[in-house]
Design a binder for this molecule. Structure first.
Ligand SMILES: [Zn+2]
Length: 213
């Protein structure tokens, strides 16, 4: 479930309470690296556990970023990708339930769930947790209100896969991963993949410190 202020949330097995929602950031102040340098950030990189900041007055500055995010998402075989998954803790995600470049591409800036109903438990994966699949219960119908890259508000209702994408990506913007939601059984079934990711992250960190960067 999405966290609200004052609720406690279980993250990486630790119960966090009262996660502060950061102040909004003006779009012109968002520090976007060269889009070609962006890569998928993997668990357990701490940027994935951050509550992301609202983007005040979104503008065209975001377009190159979102185009690159779609390209990264398609290359990885995904249907949704949130900004923290490319290292940027801002409230933005891209989605296309077809997984193929085309008309169903959409960018969601500052998304909020305004209505939800139904529930279904189904397998779910995450581009930041390759090799991990687990059953997650989600609503079947979800309406989001968001802005596009030009700052224009829109509302959209997603069913089934699109509803699942909305909930999964909204979770990312609140620092929540499927690893935080999986059952003990799923945790056991995925323990090797999770351990490998933790090892790869630790190896990457030590490479970086040796290189002095
Ligand atoms: Zn994900």
């Amino acid at each position: 479930m999405l966290q609200r202020k004052g609720e406690s949330v279980k993250t990486h097995g630790v119960r966090r309470v009262d996660i502060p929602v950061p102040a909004g950031i003006q779009c012109e102040s968002v520090d976007i690296p060269d889009p070609s340098s962006l890569r998928i950030v993997k668990y357990p990189n701490p940027v994935l556990a951050q509550v992301c900041a609202r983007i005040e007055r979104p503008d065209e500055k975001l377009r190159a970023l979102t185009e690159r995010m779609f390209a990264i998402m398609y290359a990885a075989g995904g249907v949704g990708l949130a900004a923290p998954q490319v290292g940027l803790p801002i409230r933005l995600f891209v989605a296309n339930p077809t997984g193929e470049p085309g008309q169903q591409e959409r960018v969601y800036v500052n998304p909020k769930i305004v209505a939800q109903s139904g529930s279904i438990t189904n397998d779910e994966g995450c581009l930041s947790l390759p090799g991990v699949v687990c059953k997650i219960k989600r609503h079947t119908h979800v309406t989001v209100r968001a802005e596009d890259v030009g700052g224009n508000q829109f509302q959209q209702t997603g069913e089934d896969l699109l509803a699942r994408i909305f909930q999964h990506e909204l979770d990312h913007l609140n620092g929540i991963l499927i690893a935080d939601k999986m059952s003990m059984v799923a945790r056991l079934a995925n323990r090797r993949a999770i351990r490998d990711l933790q090892q790869q992250y630790a190896d990457g960190q030590s490479d970086r410190s040796q290189a002095g960067a």
